[in-house]
Write a protein that binds this ligand. Structure first.
Ligand code: PEP
Ligand code: MG
Length: 564
């Protein structure tokens, strides 16, 4: 419990103040797993867990084998047969069991130690084939460790029964399912970026959050009382009463400002010179929708469906999805909902899909790329949306589109799907189809793409990441993540021009739309439809009323002509 510091600073990714006890969520990285020597008290129980992990791992491999057999043939499926045999190999299994029983090591550490010894033995071998088998063993060990960890990581029942500030090395979007959201007062983490999906989530839930804290492990203890000042990016550990009282006052003032803004909920949003600006909301679930509706919105500009998938332990069936979508469409009606097809990949991963690891996931099989390769995910989602479309005013949009062929493929899939539904006499509405403009190529080709789709939505979060080649989830280069860089603004302007020329709707649903600093610049570039985090709707509405469009245009041109 040695503490050298009482104060830490980081990057504030969701503004606000929180005071309360901290709860540290230990999500070990694989390196920690492998090198951390953990002794256990009950080897019998540990062996049971180990055996259960072997079984689960085996059945996952055999499922994969069947699938590969069907898709790619028997020869390729043999790889998985060989992998499943490793799970019975005494060199691995017996040795790990021995270490658990005799040395009282945790199953994870026993596996890691066994793997280390095998590596040593294999390095003495001449046979290249045998050496290459080591990679397979390593792969299996990693999978087993992850399974064992998931088991240990079921913190649901360990979560405090009072409101707390969640601290972890890294916070993942899927954690919304792990904790009772109503109890989370704030987030602090070591890793992440301003536009990582967890940060976005924190902002949309209105939960203060700071990332880039130098070190979580060893700096905080669960139950430390902290002040999280996410207005200035500061964290104070076990502060004096004087400071606590000062922050309680600031908190009260912030709350008062929030209440005062409620006046903007019932009025149409216009600039100082009378131009109508449409304010939509970005939502991830029904609660967000209900929250956003309180502030008076013109529609839902982005329904991120991946959050529903992330909260489940299995791929939701068409029926489950139908129920979820229908509920949201009904609750939103008569306002429109732009629902986005599943956008997986990069920092949004579903463990139950067992997707292979990629070296460069942000440039990998993300969004539409994955959906087109996995019709077993794409088609049920589309069907569920079409079936539920009767209950509302719905539009669908597709993430990460970069190629013309992707649009043609999407349209063909939808045409077939509509024919099937008609044939089965299932009613549906004719849903407008749109794409996200979030890769530079999609904007450079927007003039062509506009002829094939009904609307565009600019995804400035990814657009900035891909234009500037700056990983949105990496806190080390967070200072380089600049959506207001003239390069990004030039692309936004190009997108707007393409949409206006082809007379299709265009909005912007990236985080920029929720930033006061970006607002006059975006309006000055010609944008009139913004999709905003629920927690920021009123602040943005209030700010629009203070903007004069002529001045905003001058400002936008000035920023566009800057070098950086
Ligand atoms: C974006 O990229 O701007 C966007 C809205 O999508 P997401 O943040 O979910 O990637
Ligand atoms: Mg995106």
């Amino acid at each position: 419990m040695i503490k050298t510091k009482k104060e830490y600073s980081g990057i504030s990714v969701s503004q606000g103040i929180a005071l309360g006890k901290v709860f540290i969520f230990k999500n070990f990285s694989l390196d920690d797993l492998i090198f951390e020597e953990i002794k256990i008290e009950n080897p019998h129980l540990e062996l049971k867990k180990f055996k259960a992990a072997l079984e689960t791992c085996k059945s996952r491999i055999l499922n994969l084998k069947d699938k590969v057999n069907k898709d790619l043939g028997e020869e390729k499926a043999q790889i998985f047969e060989a992998q499943s045999l490793i799970l019975e190999d005494p060199l691995l299994v017996d040795e790990a069991e021995r270490l658990i029983k005799e040395e009282k090591f945790s199953a994870v550490y026993a596996l890691a130690k066994t793997l280390d010894n095998l590596k040593l033995e294999f390095s003495k071998l001449e046979d290249e084939y045998l050496k290459s088998r080591l990679k397979d063993i390593e792969d299996i060990v990693i999978n087993l460790c992850i399974l064992l960890l998931e088991e240990d990581n079921n913190y649901k029942d360990k979560e405090p029964d009072f409101p707390f500030i969640l601290a972890a090395e890294e916070i993942y979007p899927s954690w919304t399912a792990k904790f009772d959201k109503n109890k989370i007062l704030g987030f602090i983490s070591q890793k992440g970026g301003y536009n990582s999906h967890s940060a976005i989530l924190a902002r949309s839930m209105g939960i203060p959050a700071i990332i880039g804290i130098e070190k979580i492990k060893g700096s905080f203890n669960s139950n430390d009382y902290i002040i999280l000042d996410a207005l200035q990016g500061k964290v104070f550990i076990n502060p004096k009463d004087e400071l606590i009282n000062k922050y309680k006052e600031i908190q009260k003032r912030e709350e008062y400002k929030k209440q005062a803004r409620l006046n903007f909920a019932d009025i149409l949003t216009k600039t100082k010179d009378g131009a109508r600006i449409y304010i939509y909301a970005n939502i991830a679930n029904l609660e967000d929708l209900k929250e956003a509706k309180k502030y008076g919105i013109d529609g839902i500009g982005l329904l991120r469906t991946e959050m529903m998938f992330l909260e489940k332990e299995h791929l939701p069936s068409e029926e489950e999805q139908f129920n979820w979508y229908q509920q949201i469409f009904k609750e939103a009606y008569p306002i429109s909902v732009i629902i986005r097809a599943l956008d997986l990949g990069a920092d949004k991963n579903l463990s139950y899909l067992n997707l292979p690891k990629e070296n460069n996931p942000a440039l990998g099989e993300r969004g539409i790329r994955l959906l087109l390769r996995k019709p077993e995910i794409f088609i049920p989602q589309l069907k569920a949306i079409f079936k539920a479309s009767q209950s509302g005013n719905v539009k669908i949009m597709f993430p990460m589109v970069s190629f013309w062929e992707e649009i043609l493929q999407i349209k063909k899939i939808i045409k077939n799907l509509k024919e099937e539904l008609k044939h089965k006499k299932i009613f549906f509405k004719d849903i407008p189809l749109g794409i996200m403009l979030e890769t530079p190529s999609s904007i450079l080709l927007a003039n062509h793409f506009a002829k094939e789709v009904d609307f565009f939505s600019i995804g400035s979060n990814d657009l900035a990441q891909y234009t500037l080649a700056v990983d949105r989830t990496n806190e080390k280069i967070d200072h380089l993540y600049q959506p207001l860089n003239p390069g990004v603004l030039f692309l936004i302007k190009t997108a707007l021009k393409a949409a206006f020329k082809n007379k299709i709707e265009i909005s912007l649903c990236g985080e920029m739309a929720s930033e006061l600093e970006s607002l006059p610049i975006l309006l000055g570039l010609g944008l009139r439809k913004l999709s905003v985090n629920p927690a920021k709707i009123l602040e943005i509405k209030e700010a629009v009323f203070k903007i004069n469009l002529k001045e905003a245009e001058i400002l936008a041109n000035k920023v566009l002509s800057r070098k950086s």
